[in-house]
Design a protein around this ligand. Structure first.
Ligand SMILES: NC(=O)c1ccc[n+]([C@@H]2O[C@H](COP(=O)([O-])OP(=O)(O)OC[C@H]3O[C@@H](n4cnc5c(N)ncnc54)[C@H](OP(=O)(O)O)[C@@H]3O)[C@@H](O)[C@H]2O)c1
Length: 245
């Protein structure tokens, strides 16, 4: 039976690499983002069938309608990856970048994942097949504040907590949708903000795909980043202030 995956934010970086990886695994792909030409070029290179839908997640009503149309057009949607995100260094706290970050990483994220869950709950899988799988791409940044990019880290804390809440909500529901939180450290894309332990998008995608296959609740990408998440919890505030001023 054909399996289908929608990747929101598939036009570059982690989303592009993951779309390629999932296609290699046999998924048909629904590719969405704002840059239509890039999506078409990626889709043309995939070994499985692909569908392209231009989407700006900050236009929330339009994004939700577009997501539904894309899902309806595909043969099957078994997996949705909410990966679209931006990060802007903004020490001067200009309103524009703070607003854009919240609109994309928080409002846009919620618009997409609520629509995805609604779709999974309205379209139960046949007896014996696993129910849908929703994957949200957060960040290790969710675990700490950062003076250079305060809205980004706060938005990722929101994403991680929101997904945790959705997992609790799933308990006892008829549709046993799996919800996976992905928290990458530095990955070599145009968004990245550091060099330390930087992984290629391909390596990140391989590890995300493994977490998807195992239907894990949570995965650090790469796995060693769990150490950072653990250490920042132990550091006193005066040290964190020096590191993340
Ligand atoms: N790279 C890292 O070090 C790192 C670390 C931790 C977490 N992450 C997270 O990983 C995710 C992917 O980022 P990346 O590093 O792969 O960067 P990227 O190459 O810039 O990819 C971001 C993706 O999000 C899409 N996007 C941005 N704004 C959008 C909007 N308004 N509507 C629809 N799509 C939108 C972009 O497509 P268009 O521009 O075509 O719309 C692109 O496909 C993000 O959520 C990011 O926060 C990255």
């Amino acid at each position: 039976m054909t399996r289908g995956a929608i990747v929101v934010g598939a036009s570059s970086g982690i989303g592009e690499a993951l779309a390629r990886e999932l296609s290699e695994e046999g998924y048909e792909l629904g590719l969405t983002a704002r840059r239509t030409e890039k999506l078409k070029a990626i889709g043309a290179e995939l070994p499985t069938k692909s569908y392209v839908a231009t989407m700006d997640v900050t236009d929330t009503e339009d994004a939700r309608a577009g997501f539904f149309e894309l899902a309806e057009a595909m043969e099957s949607v078994d997996l949705v990856v909410a990966n679209a995100g931006i990060g802007v260094v903004n020490r001067d706290l200009e309103w524009g970048p703070e607003h854009d970050t919240i609109e994309t990483n928080v409002s846009g994220f919620v618009a997409v994942v609520t629509e995805a869950l609604e779709y999974f709950e309205a379209n139960p899988t046949p007896e014996g097949e696993p129910d849908g799988h929703l994957v949200g791409v957060s960040s290790v940044a969710a675990h700490l504040g950062n003076g250079a990019i305060p809205a980004y880290n706060a938005s990722k804390a929101f994403v991680s907590r929101y997904l945790e809440g959705l997992r609790y909500r799933q308990a006892g529901r008829d549709a046993a949708v799996t919800i996976t939180t992905i928290e990458p450290g530095y990955v070599d894309t145009k968004l990245t903000m550091g060099e330390f332990w930087k992984a290629s998008p391909e390596k990140a995608a391989t590890q995300i795909a493994r977490a998807i296959r195992r239907r894990e609740r949570h995965a650090y990408i790469t796995r060693r980043w769990r150490l950072v998440a653990w250490v920042v919890k132990l550091l006193p505030e005066f040290v964190l202030r020096r590191l993340f001023a």
